[in-house]
Design a protein around this ligand. Structure first.
Ligand SMILES: NC(=O)C1=CN([C@@H]2O[C@H](COP(=O)(O)OP(=O)(O)OC[C@H]3O[C@@H](n4cnc5c(N)ncnc54)[C@H](O)[C@@H]3O)[C@@H](O)[C@H]2O)C=CC1
Ligand SMILES: O=C(O)C(=O)COP(=O)(O)O
Length: 348
């Protein structure tokens, strides 16, 4: 691939300092401006060659059209739902992410939420801080022997499965791409969602946010679940429909929810966060030193590779995917995501 000239990069969120250091070591001028308002971003972006973001910067069509020189949008993390990939692609801007950098951290937080839901840890801790000693109110239930349904058996879903199996949970799941033969090797029995919903004591979702995953858990699907099912969303707000979740919590069809992500972040509608059976975090799945170091470093190295003309055979849009999943994504997931551009894979 012909080298691409990237002389200036704007980092619009808090990204590990290694990112800036690596870019600068390679002769790229870097400006860090976190917390810009939309207007400020649109004014700032116009002359940069590259933009590095996490999940909070909404790189929509307006931002992309205001960016006259932009050649690359680097997502230091996994989900690219905050980037209008179609608009970027039409302008010939490469979009790349660092999908494996925060897998373990997101999986560990998911497990923490599952454990907290089973034993009411956050509620009990809060009650202690308020001076109480209430042993009856916080009676829990063991995870041992319970059924965990994992919707989305990619990187994070797989890591969640192995960790929760060590607690003695039976793990079942559904994924349209990862085959049952593959997941059987990780101890996850695959089945249709229709078969999955009524069996689960806990459900955790690990799909990207895209039209086909919006509202995977909704009124209709909650009604198919066991009464009192507990759910975790450490993926993206909206995969579990928020209004339906609130209704299910109120009717006790849902016995509790662990939420790391919301449709609107921070959520202006506080009904879920304030519900007594909801435990929530402010999108902390990737917020560990290790994950941030990996993602910051990976995105910088990928940009430098591009500048040097390495790794890509040509580029319109790039998704950096792990070797095991490259084929699957190339053949199946990309059309499903409706990316019209040709996708070139990063060499691994
Ligand atoms: N809370 C946080 O801070 C973080 C959240 N995430 C979110 O987690 C998501 C998953 O991340 P990874 O596991 O790394 O992605 P991945 O791409 O490895 O796995 C996603 C899986 O979802 C499957 N899938 C797609 N449509 C589906 C459907 N309709 N039903 C069931 N499965 C479906 C895909 O086939 C794929 O196997 C990311 O897209 C991101 O939005 C990722 C990292 C941190
Ligand atoms: O990588 C992802 O998809 C995440 O959700 C992590 O988001 P963040 O980088 O912490 O804003």
């Amino acid at each position: 691939m012909a080298p691409i000239s990237i002389q200036t990069v704007l980092i619009s969120e808090s990204v590990d300092p290694r990112c800036k250091a690596i870019l600068e070591e390679n002769g790229i001028r870097v400006t860090e401006k976190p917390n810009m308002k939309r207007d400020e971003l649109m004014a700032e972006i116009k002359d940069y060659d590259g933009l590095v973001v996490r999940s909070a910067t909404k790189v929509n069509a307006d931002v992309i059209s205001a960016a006259h020189n932009l050649k690359i949008i680097g997502r230091a993390g996994t989900g690219v739902d905050n980037v209008d990939v179609d608009a970027a692609t039409k302008k010939g801007i490469i979009v790349m992410n660092t999908p494996s950098g925060n897998t373990i951290s997101a999986a560990e937080l998911t497990c923490a939420l599952l454990m907290s839901l089973s034993r009411n840890v956050p509620q009990a801790a809060m009650s202690m801080k308020q001076g109480n000693w209430d042993r009856k109110k916080f009676m829990g239930a063991e995870l041992y022997g319970k059924v965990l349904g994992i919707v989305g058996l990619g990187r994070i879903g797989k890591e969640v499965a192995s960790r929760m199996q060590s607690f003695g949970m039976r793990t079942i799941g559904y994924d349209p791409i990862t085959t049952p033969e593959v997941t059987a090797g990780w101890g996850v029995e695959q089945m249709s969602l229709e078969q999955l919903w009524p069996q689960c004591d806990y459900i955790t979702v690990h799909t990207p946010l895209m039209p086909s995953t919006v509202g995977l858990l909704c009124d209709e699907t909650f009604a198919k679940c066991k009464k009192g099912v507990k759910v975790v969303n450490c993926a993206r707000g909206g995969i579990i429909d928020e209004a339906a979740l609130l209704r299910a919590l109120e009717s006790r069809q849902c016995g509790g929810a662990g939420l790391d992500v919301f449709v609107e972040e921070p959520p202006k509608n506080r009904s879920l966060v304030e519900h007594p059976n909801v435990i929530s975090c402010p999108h902390l799945g990737a917020s560990t030193k290790e994950a941030q170091a990996r993602c910051g470093e990976d995105i910088a190295l990928q940009i430098v590779d591009m500048v040097k003309g390495k790794s890509l055979v040509g580029a319109v849009t790039l998704f950096c995917l792990s070797s095991i999943r490259q084929e699957a994504y190339h053949d199946i997931a990309i059309p499903q995501l409706k990316y019209k551009a040709k996708i070139y894979m990063h060499a691994v």
